[in-house]
Ligand binder design. Structure first.
Ligand SMILES: [Zn+2]
Length: 467
C-alpha cells in the first residue's frame, strides 16, 4: 500500500480510500474521510480534498481500533516488567487504540489523587488512548469511590482474595492475612457494602471472580499443571460469579466478570443474566485458543490466574462468544521479566503479555468461525459499550474518533518474540499464526504504526476525561 504522508502523526485531513470498511451496516467498500481526528463521512464516490493525506487501502480491511479493557501497564511500580511507553507501543503495533489499565500498580489506585497522578504519568508516555480503573480495597470508603469517579475512573475493580500491603501500598496475591502489614482482601461483604454506591455512580464493578474460600481449601504446591488446575477449580469461578451477581442484583449494579475461563463459570453467569442480572462477560484469547495440553509446550509462559483449562472449557467459551453471550474479548496483558518467568512453576508469577496479539488472534478465530467481521464486535464494539464510550469509539461512523486499523488479509503474521514491543516478548500465544497482518494504525486520525514500526510522538489521551 502507498501512503502519502506529509507530516507523520499530524491530524489534518485524512482520507482512507478503497478499503473494505467495517461499518454499522456491515462491510462496505467506501472512503473514510477524517478531519481533526474525527470521522466526517463514509463516501462511495471518490473525492479527495486538496491537501488531504490520502491512504490507498485497496485490498485491505479498515476496522475500528480495538479497546483492550484489561491490561496491566505495571506503571508506576514495576518498570522492569513494563511501562506505559512499552505497553502502548505494543498496543499500537497490534491495532489496539485504547487501553484500560488495571489499578494494581504501585501505589494501588484507591483514591482520586492517586488516579490523577497516574493519569499525568500515562499522558506523558501513552502512544494510544487510555483509561484507568479504580481499586476496591476491603477498607474502601464511599468518599474514595466518589473521588475516583470524579478523577475519571472508568469503573472499579475488586480482587477477591488478594490482600493489600499497607507499607508497600500494593495488591498482593497471598492468602496469608495474619501478617499485620496486610489488609484483608475485599470479600462479598465489601461488595455488598459498596455495590449501591457503585450503582449510584453509574459505573461498572469488575471482579476477579475466584472464590477465596475454595482457593484456600484447595491450595497445594504447584509441581505440575494438574496441580494448577486442582488448586483453582472452576467451581471457584462459578461461585464467585453467582455471589457477585446476587449482590449486584439488589441495587442494579453493573457487574463485569474479568477473564472468564470455565464452562461452569459461564453457566453461572448465563443463569444470572437469564434472571435479569446486569452481568457482562469478558474472556481472553488464551482461554479461547489454548488448553491444558499446551502447557507441555509453553511451560510457565502459560501460567496465569484463572488458569487455561480443558478443551471442553475452551469450546464452551468459543461457543458463547460466537452466539454473542460473551461480548468482550480483552487480554489481561500481564508481563513479568524473563528471570521471573524462568522460575519453577510454583514460584513463577502468573500472567502473560497479550495486547499486541489481541486483534490478530481474534481475526483468526473469527475467520475459523466463518465470519471474520465478528472480531471488531468482540474487541471494539463490545468493550466500548462496557465502558460507556459507545458514542465516540468502537465504530466507523461519522462523529466517531478516527481510531482506525488497516489490516492486510493477504499477509499473515507469526507471533514471534522478535516482533513484540512489550518489555516481555515471550507470551502464551507465542508461535501461533494469524492469516492477517496490521498495516497501519491511526489514533484519532494520527498515524501511530506504519509497516510494523512506531511513528510519531506519544499522542494518547485519557478517556473519558480529556475529551
Ligand atoms: Zn488482570
Amino acid at each position: 500500500m502507498t501512503s502519502n504522508l506529509t507530516e507523520a502523526g499530524a491530524a489534518g485531513d485524512l482520507v482512507i480510500t478503497g478499503g473494505t470498511v467495517y461499518t454499522p451496516d456491515g462491510p462496505r467498500i467506501v472512503d473514510v474521510h477524517v478531519l481533526d481526528g474525527v470521522i466526517t463521512s463514509l463516501e462511495e464516490k471518490r473525492r479527495s480534498p486538496v491537501g488531504a493525506n490520502v491512504v490507498d487501502a485497496r485490498g485491505m480491511y479498515v476496522l475500528p481500533g480495538a479497546i483492550d479493557v484489561h491490561v496491566h501497564s505495571r506503571d508506576p511500580g514495576f518498570p522492569e516488567k513494563e511501562d506505559f511507553g512499552t505497553l502502548t507501543s505494543a498496543a499500537a503495533a497490534g491495532g489496539v487504540t485504547t487501553v484500560i489499565d488495571m489499578p494494581n500498580t504501585v501505589p494501588g489506585v484507591d483514591a482520586g489523587g492517586v488516579l490523577e497522578a497516574k493519569a499525568a504519568l500515562a499522558r506523558s508516555k501513552a502512544r494510544v488512548d487510555f483509561g484507568l480503573w479504580g481499586l476496591v480495597r476491603s477498607s474502601t470508603t464511599v468518599e474514595q469511590l466518589e473521588g475516583l469517579a470524579q478523577a475519571g475512573a472508568i469503573g472499579f475493580k475488586a480482587y477477591l482474595g488478594y490482600a493489600f500491603s499497607l507499607s508497600r501500598k500494593q495488591v498482593l496475591y497471598t492468602p496469608d492475612t495474619e501478617d499485620p502489614d496486610l489488609e484483608a482482601p475485599p470479600d462479598y461483604g465489601t461488595l455488598l457494602r459498596l455495590a449501591p454506591v457503585v450503582a449510584g455512580l453509574g459505573l461498572p464493578l469488575v471482579i476477579h471472580a475466584e472464590d477465596p474460600g475454595i482457593l484456600a481449601a484447595f491450595r497445594r504446591p504447584l509441581e505440575s499443571y494438574a496441580d494448577v488446575l486442582a488448586s483453582r477449580p472452576a467451581e471457584a469461578e462459578a461461585v464467585a460469579i453467582s455471589a457477585g451477581a446476587a449482590i449486584a442484583d439488589s441495587f442494579g449494579t453493573r457487574l463485569h466478570i474479568a477473564h472468564l475461563s470455565s464452562a461452569l463459570g459461564l453457566m453461572a453467569a448465563e443463569a444470572a443474566i437469564r434472571d435479569g442480572s446486569r452481568v457482562s462477560l469478558e474472556t481472553c484469547p488464551q482461554y479461547l485458543l489454548l488448553t491444558d495440553q499446551d502447557f507441555n509446550r509453553l511451560g510457565t509462559r502459560m501460567k496465569m490466574f484463572p488458569p487455561v483449562r480443558t478443551a471442553a472449557d475452551r469450546d464452551a467459551l468459543v461457543d458463547a462468544l460466537a452466539r454473542g453471550a460473551i461480548k468482550v474479548v480483552a487480554t489481561d496483558h500481564a508481563p513479568h521479566t524473563d528471570e521471573e518467568k524462568g522460575r519453577p512453576l510454583d514460584q513463577a508469577p502468573a500472567g502473560s503479555p497479550g495486547v499486541q496479539t489481541l486483534y490478530l488472534s481474534c481475526l483468526e478465530l473469527a475467520k475459523r468461525l466463518g465470519d471474520v467481521w465478528k472480531a471488531p464486535r468482540w474487541v471494539s464494539e463490545g468493550p466500548a459499550a462496557l465502558i460507556g464510550l459507545h458514542e465516540s469509539k468502537g465504530q466507523i461512523s461519522p462523529g466517531f474518533d478516527a481510531d482506525l486499523v488497516i489490516v492486510d488479509p493477504r499477509r499473515g503474521t507469526t507471533f514471534r518474540p522478535a516482533i513484540m514491543r512489550s518489555r516481555q516478548r515471550h507470551g502464551a500465544l507465542e508461535g501461533m499464526r494469524s492469516s492477517f497482518s496490521i498495516a497501519e494504525v491511526y489514533v484519532r486520525g494520527r498515524l501511530v504504526t506504519h509497516a510494523g514500526r512506531k511513528v510519531g510522538r506519544p499522542v494518547g489521551r485519557m478517556v473519558p476525561a480529556d475529551r
